[in-house]
Design a protein around this ligand. Sequence first.
Ligand code: S3P
Length: 427
Amino acid sequence: MIEISSNQKIRGVVRVPGDKSISHRGLILGALADGESVLKNLGTSHDVVSTLSMLKQLGCEISRNGRQITLQGRGSRGFIEPAKPLFCGNSGTSARLMAGVLAGQPIFTVLTGDHSLVRRPMSRVVEPLIKMGADIRGRQNHSRLPLAISGGNLKAVEHKLSIASAQVKTALLLAGLRTSGTTVVTEPAQSRDHTERLFQWLHLPFQKEGLTCRISSAGIPAFSLTIPGDFSSAAYFLALGAIHPDAKIEIQNVNLNPTRTGFLSILQAMGAKIQVETVAHTPEPVGHIRVETSALKNLHVPESFIPNLIDELPLLAVAATQAEGTLVVHNASELRVKESDRIHTIVTELRKMGAAVREFSDGFEVTGPTKLKEARVKTYGDHRIAMSLAVAALMAEGTTQLLGDRWVQISYPAFFEDLFRVTEDTG
Ligand code: S3P
């Protein structure tokens, strides 16, 4: 449990950890590459450590020097059969991406996870992999972990996804690297495109046209990749900077991939004073973001933005409590199958703090501005709920008790240190 009280002034420069999504992909591609790859500024999150540990169990030699990781790639079919189940912890990305990889490896593996992950849907990835010829069994008619995978030869298939999911798209593209023929994946809306960017950067036989990706069988060359700061971690400071009455914050070296920065665009549309300076472009745009106290107006979030701010929607609910008017979010039922049911958990906890919130089956509504009040709030074992409520607590009267604060480790272990640094009384 941690206690959080509001403070008068927010000032400082923040450097957030390496992007979690890119870290997972970098580790997996490095493990499958031919030769030695280097990842700089690898994410510090427990989810990334889950992927790293699984790859070690599969025989990949990985050494660490601070934030720099060196991997001895095992080549496209070089994983060894692990004697024990592979534990994905809390990480849906580890489970789904590795299901795609392991379906094409000639070994037997079992994937499992923690109490939250074993409840999350896996059929979205298992069903299309079975269509490619994979032998995968799991609990509840192959829809839940643990999954037992007898990998082998896959065939190229054309997939039309019914949900915009970067995890599913990536799993199928990784499986597609092991098929003869061309695997085609079409998504209903653009989800985060880190995998596509990395495939292009590595010159793999990959094409993208609109929402359709095509990949053919290929080996992966060794590479050296610097991972930019995680926009989803930066978002908590962006929100705090915009809603706090006396704030000025700079967040440095953040990934500015437009398929991730929907939250920034929505905050700007709400009237946030944000400046963005781009400093690098390939394989991902990177830059510095400056934010200061702003007068925000709520709005209806357009459906097309939802995939690009899916992880930031609970935080947007917090920001909306401090903005004029009503924020409306629909078409976001995916939130119900994240680390917690994020529609229910954020609405329930913000209501305890006095927010005017309504829950819908596929979203929520928040009317502001409201002076939030101290409460004893829970994180439901969900890192993004924990960090969103910490921002809410800084805007509340009195002292809020946040139970389960340790869950921030899933994506941002130093979150509270960084947060308390910008909230330190600077006089
Ligand atoms: C992720 C994709 C998103 C996101 C998750 C990370 C990824 O999930 O919510 O935190 O790295 O591909 P979905 O693909 O299920 O939408």
